[in-house]
Structure formats: C-alpha cells, structure tokens
Design a protein around this ligand. Structure first.
Ligand code: FAD
Length: 381
C-alpha cells in the first residue's frame, strides 16, 4: 500500500487553492501528495464570480465588470462597485491554471477514483476508494457530507439552489458591461428568488434562476422561470449553449468541530462557504493560505478554527430566512437601495471595522433583525 504525507480527498476548489499555497512554500517541496478525485475536472463544471480590486487570478478572468444591476419590482439601480470589479472565471480555466502552477514545485499525484471511506487510525490515516486503499499522515477532505448539518436544528440550513443556462439570443437584450447581480422583480412565491445574469455579449449570457430557501424545486420549475424571463426581456429565439446547476449550503453549522488531529475539512465541507451569500471562491483563497501556514507548524487540526463577529451576523440572516423565507427581497433591496456597494463588499469580505459594520447594519430593516437576535438568545449560539 502506498503511503503519502498528505492525501486530498476531492480535487475541486478547496484542494486546488490549498495546493496553490503549498506550491509557494518550500516546506512542501519534498512532500508526497496524492489528490483523489472522481471526475476528470477537464470540463467547465461551474462558473465562479467574486469581487476584488486586483486578484492573483486576473489572468484567467474572462470578465471584469465595473458595475452591476440590482432590480426589484419597483427599482432598477446600477450599482457603483467603487474600487472593486466583479470578476468571472470559468472553472476549467482555473483547474488548468493551478495544475500548471504547481507541477514544477510540488510532487502531486492526481488519480481518478471514487472515495468510499476515509478515517484516522492510531498510526496513520486511511483512504479507501473503489479500486485501492491508501495511507497518509494527514487528510485534507473537501467531500461535503450534509448528514451532520441535517441531523441538528441549532444551526438552520438554507440552500442556495439554481439552474443556469448560457443562451445565445436572436435579439440584443443584454448589457455586456453590466451583469445583473440580483433581479427580484420575478415572482417570489413566498421565497427569496432572483435572477442572476452574467452577459458575455449583448446576445449571450449565463442566466441563473436562484433561490435561497429550504427546499429545492423540480427541474422544470427553474427552466420555466428562465424561459419566462427571456420572454419578458423580449427574446423570441435562443439557443442553449451550456448548462450548470448548483446547490450551495448556506449555514453557520460549525464544520470545524468535525476536524480530528490529522483530518481537516476544507472547502464547503470545512465551512468556507460564506453562509449569508454562498460565495466561496475568495474565502477559499484566503482560508487555504491559513491552512497551508497552519499545517507546517501545528500537529492538531482540531485547533484550526476562528469564530468571528461575521459568523454571528450571518447566523442572524440565516435564522431570518429560515423563519420567514420571503423577506430576502426586502433585506437585499434595503442593502442595495442607494446603489453604493463597496462598503457592503468589504463587509461581506469580513474586513470591516465595528463602525463600518454598523453603517451596513443600519441599512437593514431593524425590526426583523432585532426579532431574530431575541430568538437566537433563547436558542444560544
Ligand atoms: C455551479 C456552481 C456555481 C458556483 N458559483 C460560485 C460563484 O460564482 N462564486 C463563489 O464564490 N462560489 C460559487 N460556488 C460555490 C463554491 O465556490 C463551489 O461549490 C466550490 O467548488 C466549492 O469548493 P469545494 O472544494 O468545497 O468543492 P468542490 O469544488 O465541489 O470539490 C469537491 C470535489 O470532490 C469530488 N468528490 C465528491 N465526492 C467524491 C468521492 N466520493 N470520491 C472522489 N471525489 C469526490 C467532487 O467531484 C469535487 O470535484 C458555485 C458552486 C456551484 C456548484
């Protein structure tokens, strides 16, 4: 049986970001590393967007937008992103870029097998796949297991679920220089539902029908909503050139409590997804750097965690959406009403001071949040 220093179970965003930082650190240059991933990761399985000023991934971003639309039934507002840009990266470009960046600096073996089980034993860790068994000193796991989240009630789970189509339209209906961040003008049906539009040109865009809610829909419901939206934009003919779908957990569940001495959960499985937004890409870049530094000097992954004030803010929002799912439109509309988003982006990046937090919180509907705080005090944290 082959033994490695580190095994990464799953080879997506969390793993590749961590390896990106490993490759920048000589400590890892003599380590034997194995990545076990069930898919080939050669196709574009998702589109990542995030806001940033400059990013180390600028060379692979195929779009950098300076403004964005926010819409609801009463308002159409062009958001001023300030010093930020909204950046778009196709996952296939990211997978290739990271592999090219790390191959000269690390000894990483990539294998395509399905993991059945992994565990920490007395002397080492063991990973079992459909074909082989492997041992290692430490495991970095990014395979998300929803079971512990579903088996508790203290930290509610909202799902960010969506289907997206990249369409080529006959009519020029998209504003190429301005994506639609959230369009709440669509029917809410008692939930938080919005359209998200990423234009490649005036006749081509990714359109995603997105919900932040407890339960997913039948596939046909997302697809009908996209077709209705295209009709309302004035599109009479279109071709679907790509499809994607997702279900991102939005929860403050303390994933880090599942870490053991030599197994750390990373990516969404490690709680790197921002609970209030579902955004993970930028968090993955930042937190994986901490993982890389931590692994060098610490012998116990159980001590890798940091609960901040932002965890608590997110908890309140998720409590609210869980209790009364339809208020999402009201909350996001209040936040984006004045069209200035730089401070909100900084807040969502968890980089604001307490004074700046208060300026953002002050935009939100107060009654809803005070009630949520009151209920949370009785539920404990
Ligand atoms: C369609 C989509 C669009 C998204 N868009 C954005 C966005 O715009 N911005 C943003 O910040 N976040 C976005 N996210 C959220 C988040 O960034 C991604 O989900 C991200 O890929 C999470 O990284 P991860 O490493 O946790 O999981 P993944 O990248 O999914 O990696 C986990 C890997 O484990 C593999 N795996 C699972 N089970 C097994 C098994 N048994 N054996 C072997 N391998 C296994 C999977 O194939 C996968 O490659 C999006 C998510 C999706 C699904």
């Amino acid at each position: 049986m082959q033994h490695y220093h580190y095994i990464f179970t799953g080879g997506g965003l969390g793993t590749l970001m961590t390896l990106y930082h490993f490759a920048k650190d000589n400590f890892y240059s003599d380590k034997q590393i194995l990545v076990i991933e069930k898919d080939s990761k050669k196709s574009n399985d998702r589109t990542w967007c995030f806001w940033d000023e400059t990013s180390v991934f600028d060379s692979i971003a195929d779009k950098n937008w300076q403004k964005a639309w926010f819409k609801n039934a009463q308002l159409t507002k062009q958001l001023d992103l300030g010093s930020y840009q909204y950046k778009k990266i196709r996952s296939v470009a990211f997978y290739q870029y990271i592999r090219e960046n790390i191959e000269q600096k690390l000894t990483v073996h990539f294998i395509q097998e399905e993991i059945i089980d992994f565990s920490e034993l007395r002397e080492h860790c063991l990973v079992k796949t459909n074909a082989n068994n492997y041992t290692c000193n430490r495991i970095f796991n990014s395979i998300y297991d929803p079971t512990p989240v579903l088996n508790q009630e203290k930290f509610p789970l909202i799902q960010q679920h969506f289907i997206g189509w990249v369409v080529k339209t006959k009519e020029a209906v998209f504003t190429e220089d301005c994506p639609t961040f959230m369009d709440f003008s669509i029917e809410q049906k008692g939930n938080t539902r919005f359209m998200y539009v990423l234009p490649n040109s005036s006749t081509e865009a990714l359109i995603e029908y997105t919900l932040f809610s407890k339960d997913v829909l039948e596939q046909v419901a997302y697809e009908n909503a996209i077709m209705d939206y295209l009709t309302n934009l004035g599109v009479t003919a279109y071709e679907i050139i790509e499809k994607e779908q997702g279900n991102i957990p939005m929860t403050c569940y303390p994933f880090w409590k599942k870490n053991t001495k030599n197994i750390i959960h990373i990516g969404t499985a490690g709680g790197w997804t921002k609970a209030s937004t579902g955004y993970t890409f930028k968090n993955a870049y930042k937190i994986s750097k901490r993982v890389s530094d931590f692994t060098k000097t610490n012998s116990d992954f159980k001590t890798f965690y940091a609960k901040t004030k932002f965890w608590f803010y997110d908890l309140l929002l998720i409590d609210i959406l869980h209790q009364n799912n339809k208020v999402g439109n009201q909350i996001f509309s209040a936040l984006f009403h004045d069209g200035k988003v730089a401070l909100i982006f900084k807040f969502l990046d968890e980089e604001t001071s307490l004074w700046e937090d208060l300026q953002v919180i002050n935009k939100c509907p107060k009654g809803i949040f005070i009630k949520a705080l009151w209920n949370r005090i009785f539920k404990s944290f």
